[in-house]
Ligand binder design. Sequence first.
Ligand SMILES: C[S@@+](CC[C@H](N)C(=O)[O-])C[C@H]1O[C@@H](n2cnc3c(N)ncnc32)[C@H](O)[C@@H]1O
Length: 272
Amino acid sequence: MAISPLSKVSFSDREFLDIAGRVERETGIMMKLSKKDMMYARLVKRLKALNLETFNDYLLLLSSRQGVGEMAFLINSMTTNHTLFFREDHHFDHLIKTVCPVKRGLSIWSCGCSSGQEPYSLALSLAANNTENAARSIRILATDLDSNVLAHGMKGQYSLDLLPQIPNAYFEKGLIRKNSTCLEMAPLIKSMVRFDQLNIIKPWTLREQLDVIFCRNMLIYFDHDLQSKIISQFCDVLQLGGYLYLGHSESVRNKNLPLKMVGRTIYQKVAP
Ligand SMILES: C[S@@+](CC[C@H](N)C(=O)[O-])C[C@H]1O[C@@H](n2cnc3c(N)ncnc32)[C@H](O)[C@@H]1O
């Protein structure tokens, strides 16, 4: 029997904790009981779309063979993707004023890049400082776990409403106005960014050592041990003297890591 639009599907704490546990094991994202309403709102539509009557049916689906594909849907719907162009803009100022003058080429990772506003903000500010060589000398790897936001980033198109987030200086060379509602990143800006799906809690390797890692507003969803483990992995792929930028409420707690704080949530890799 399909669920009528008005019926409220029951959702027990046990069912919430079961789903939350699966999400945390797969992504690292911790979900306390206070997130129960949010999970309900996001998943109840999914139950209807799948013609399932109860959350228990949904759990049975997740445990079945078909559950592997459903897990990807579940993960996409549980991630928090809020982002902005030039969010925490002091990080971009630091990069331009402190890192660019001493480095010719730059290899950058935007980890947990959401729908692309962060890596494109990097590309816009770096291209404006180095227009001729930007495409050749600056590589920005942008990764996220969520396939929906990655697809958005690859497209590089955003609502015109977001324009006020972008400084005027970058309009002319960096953006194309598609129509009355949409703007698109210029080909040069797009060419500087490569999007890829990566789950940071699963084993991963990179092709090269990096000069800069932006990992902002993702680690807050993980517990402290996992945060420390990931920051330690970042140290392994950062060049000596390279920089790690974290989100405004994140920090490096493990004092044994070869990182020195050099600015507001900015860390530099030093010799151990
Ligand atoms: C709040 S957004 C932050 C976006 C951007 N860095 C910023 O500060 O504006 C957090 C992003 O981390 C991603 N994320 C969460 N868990 C992840 C994981 N295990 N591996 C990779 N990305 C993950 C989410 O999909 C989401 O897009």
